[in-house]
Design a protein. Structure first.
Ligand SMILES: Cc1cc2nc3c(=O)[nH]c(=O)nc-3n(C[C@H](O)[C@H](O)[C@H](O)COP(=O)(O)O)c2cc1C
Ligand code: SF4
Ligand code: FES
Lengths: 181, 440
């Protein structure tokens, strides 16, 4: 069965966002939907998307490979994305990455044997004032990460807790302002 | 302090608008927004101003684009054709991916109706009945809040048909990115939105002639469009009272790095670094050697009195050999190595190069990354810095889009002010700074 067979209503809503003569504009939301639910976008799904959009698999693959979010190989249930850009680096992103690699025993493109975790370095997430930053799947950011907070995150996820229920101990260690002050 | 232009957040006449409600509970809801004067600017404009009058008001205000380049907004709007019978589009650029920038995010998270109202005004002015908000894919909370706000607005008649009984229809859509910095460049963004690979397009034709889906299009940054709400509500004189000569209005400055209170601060254009860093961000937590003034593409400046007393606006920063950019200030601590810092940024731009043109693909992603990487790893050779400078000359201004320039500028700034650090790296064949644990 196709991935989108039972999602016709959802598709219709997505297509309403674009002019009817530009159906292929919906390629990104369709890719995202598959990535979200299946953890990667397989060649089979690429063909399915191409068919829905009236384009070729090559075109869809071309778009897909342009972005860092869509994955061609399977990811873990929790795909941990570590920001590696300047502010996060200055706040310890490299140590965070090394710790994560050692702790999980995986490198980029791999998944832990229990299927739970995969890791990826990403670029500036737009949260430099709360560096270092980690994003799990496409959930809201985990900010001001340190050893204790990382440990609590992994423990919580291993225990099967939903992300929003995992309490990260401590805080940024500095005030964070976003109000008009 | 109470005469002349407002160039300090301490001026009693200064009042926060863009971020007045950010951080307050429920500020993202329609009821809160309406309870704080929400949609009054749009109501006023649609009832009592022609589209051209809105454009004139924005022109008079002196507002310049907050996405980085500082192009005059009213002028950009006046390029849109009139009575051409075509569909026009307004696009809000919420891709916010320039390292050091995170100001647009909280408008969308905490005050999404402000963004929607700005889109109605901009759409009305340029005669666009359809608008898109292109939001970077990682901004999950902002996306959720934005979509919820748009639904609320439709349900209560603030979007859709015949807004405020004026006969003006406006539909608003959200498109999510998926992790590619180049999508912030306006023509790449349009390709991304159309479902194509996000390579920049050749200009001309400019977006105002042939933009999204081949139709006349205007694209502006989130902060730019939100500023229009307050220009219409309070008048262009109010806006132009803030800032210096050609840099007007309020600005969202960002501070990251070891400040006491890193974050976003709304201040009058022309506020000094000293005021931002010491008065608002509470000072620094450790010795600082440099600052990047406006997002990672802007050349760094040494952290000294001369820099600290510089007003943060387009002209004053240009005089110092740098740029206002997005207003994202990054503090570089003394213990950090400038070579390492620049290597991280050049690697970023190399990674984000779309590969379309040779100066960027071969020059930035290829040679610049390679040469700086070698120096960083202690394998630099005498003559490498001259080679790099030669390379920079061959890239700057010669690429298809400004991404390659954005990689060149930080290197130039670092070589100008911290050349000795690069030289030591090459001479000693290693990083002279002990890499201390940054990781708490
Ligand atoms: C590589 C590159 C990335 C850009 N990224 C952004 C961005 O994330 N957000 C933004 O508003 N403008 C970005 N811009 C600038 C846009 O191309 C465009 O000038 C801007 O959105 C216009 O809006 P404004 O006039 O309101 O500033 C980028 C430009 C380049 C060359
Ligand atoms: S400068 Fe870089 S990002 Fe811009 S078109 Fe050329 S290769 Fe692409
Ligand atoms: S550098 Fe990591 S969020 Fe900006």
């Amino acid at each position: 069965m196709g991935f989108f067979d039972d999602k016709q209503d959802w598709l219709e809503i997505v297509f309403r966002n674009y002019p009817p003569e530009n159906r292929r504009a919906a390629v990104m939301p369709l890719l995202r939907k598959v990535q979200q639910e299946e953890g990667h976008v397989s060649p089979e799904r690429i063909r399915e998307i191409a068919e829905i959009l009236g384009t070729t698999a090559t075109e869809v693959r071309g778009v897909m490979s342009f972005y860092s979010y869509y994955q061609a190989v399977p990811t873990g249930k929790y795909h941990l994305q570590v920001c590696a850009t300047l502010s996060c680096k200055l706040a310890g992103a490299e140590e965070l990455w090394d710790t994560l690699r050692a702790e999980l025993g995986v490198g980029p493109g791999e998944v832990t044997p229990d299927g739970l975790f995969s890791i990826q370095k990403v670029e500036c997430l737009g949260s430099c004032h709360t560096a270092p930053v980690v994003q799990v799947n496409d959930e809201p950011y985990l900010e001001c990460m340190n050893r204790e907070r990382l440990r609590a995150l992994l423990e919580g996820l291993r225990a099967g807790k939903p992300l929003e229920e995992i309490e990260l101990p401590g805080d940024c260690g500095h005030e964070v302002r976003k109000e008009g002050a | 302090m109470s005469e002349g232009f407002i160039v300090s957040g301490h001026d009693p006449r200064f009042e926060r608008t863009l971020y007045a409600h950010v951080g307050r509970p429920d500020a993202h809801t329609l009821d809160y927004y309406l309870g704080h004067g929400g949609y009054e600017a749009a109501r006023k404009a649609l009832a009592s101003m022609t589209p051209d009058e809105v454009i004139e008001e924005v022109k008079r205000s002196g507002l310049r684009g907050r996405g980085g380049a500082g192009f005059p907004t009213g002028l950009k709007w006046s390029f849109m054709p009139k009575d051409d019978g075509q569909q026009h589009y307004i696009i809000m650029n919420a891709d916010e991916s320039e390292p050091g920038s995170f100001k647009d995010r909280y408008i969308l998270e905490d005050d999404p109706h402000q963004a929607i109202e700005g889109m109605i005004l901009a759409g009305y002015a340029i005669r666009a009945t359809k608008g898109y908000i292109y939001i970077r894919g990682e901004y999950r909370r902002a996306y959720d809040r934005l979509v919820a706000a748009i639904e609320e607005a439709y349900a209560r008649g603030y979007l859709g048909k015949n807004l405020f009984g004026s006969g003006f229809d406006f539909d608003l859509y959200v498109h999510r990115g998926a992790g590619a910095y180049i999508c912030g460049e306006e023509t790449a963004l349009m390709n991304s939105l159309e479902g194509l690979r996000a390579n920049p397009r050749l200009k001309p034709p400019f977006p105002a002639q042939k933009g999204l889906f081949g139709k006349p299009t205007t694209i502006n940054n989130v902060e730019t469009i939100a500023s229009v709400v307050h220009i219409v509500a309070r008048g262009s004189d109010w806006f132009a009272q803030m800032g210096y000569d050609k840099s007007k209005g309020m600005k969202l400055y960002q501070v990251s790095g070891p400040a006491v209170r890193p974050g976003v601060y709304e201040l009058p254009m022309g506020t000094t670094f000293r005021e931002l860093i010491y008065d608002w961000a509470g000072g620094v937590r450790e010795p600082i050697k440099a600052l990047i003034p406006g997002g990672s593409s802007t050349p760094m400046l040494p952290f000294n009195d001369d820099t600290l007393d510089t007003p943060m606006d387009y002209e004053h920063l240009a005089e110092k050999g740098s740029m206002l950019g997005t207003g994202g200030v990054i503090l570089i601590p003394e213990r950090a190595c400038v070579v390492d810092v620049i290597w991280n940024l050049v690697r970023f731009y190399g990674h984000e190069s779309c590969g379309k043109c040779t100066p960027c693909r071969e020059g930035v992603a290829g040679w610049l990354v390679k040469l700086l990487g070698q120096i960083e790893r202690g394998r630099g050779k005498p003559g490498d810095l001259e080679l790099i400078e030669d390379l920079l000359d061959n890239i700057e201004g010669k690429s298809f889009c400004p991404l390659a320039d954005a990689a060149v500028w930080p290197v130039r700034g670092a070589l100008r002010h911290f050349r000795h650090e690069f030289e030591r790296h090459i001479e000693e064949g290693r990083c002279p700074l002990e890499k201390k644990g940054f990781w708490g």
